[in-house]
Ligand binder design. Structure first.
Ligand SMILES: Nc1nc2c(c(=O)[nH]1)N[C@H]1C(S)=C(S)[C@@H](COP(=O)(O)O)O[C@H]1N2
Ligand SMILES: [Mo]
Length: 159
């Protein structure tokens, strides 16, 4: 599966990867012009904290878990802090080559379920490495959990 043609933004089947990759939660934020910043968990925690209640991780085939209370940084807050404008989408990619694309419109007009988060806590405890450490939570996703990206390693901002 991890060959040259493999595109992490078009992930595969939705079998969750049980091999927890190494890391401490830091990830690279790549600007549209290629400049990169390293974002640590402390950097995320320095931005306003957002809480999402009644969240389920729903996966056809292997059931749903939850409800959870996730806490983290709104993805929009992080992106606009570094790139106030001039972008149309962001790509969120994990250490294990899993990823998802998020459109500007989804970030600026979140649904009634709430904003897309970079979550670092669940039920008032820090996310463990196995739970993703820093994990994207897309609260309106109700199918295969393909957007609930664990172990984020790179976020690319696209013009
Ligand atoms: N980095 C990464 N994130 C991932 C996956 C994965 O393989 N790698 N699998 C996805 C799928 S298909 C599912 S069902 C959920 C499982 O989430 P859980 O471990 O909280 O149950 O994680 C999602 N996020
Ligand atoms: Mo899944």
């Amino acid at each position: 599966m991890r060959n040259e043609e493999y595109d992490p933004l078009q992930p595969h089947s939705h079998e969750p990867n049980l091999d927890v990759p190494p890391g401490d939660g830091r990830f690279v934020l790549e600007m549209a012009d290629g400049r990169c910043y390293t974002i640590t968990l402390d950097d995320l925690r320095a931005l306003p904290a957002v809480t999402l209640r009644e969240c389920f991780i729903v996966s056809t085939g292997h059931g749903a878990s939850g409800p959870f209370v996730f806490e983290g940084t709104a993805l929009l807050d992080l992106v606009t802090r570094y790139a106030p404008d001039g972008w149309s989408q962001v790509e969120v990619v994990s250490e294990d080559g899993f990823g998802n694309r998020v459109l500007w419109s989804e970030l600026v007009e979140p649904g009634q379920e709430g904003p897309i988060l970079l979550a670092y806590a669940r039920d008032e405890r820090p996310l463990t490495r196995a739970q993703g450490l820093v994990r994207m939570i897309v609260p309106n996703e109700r199918d295969d959990a393909l957007r609930q990206v664990k172990w984020i390693s790179r976020i690319r901002i696209r013009a």
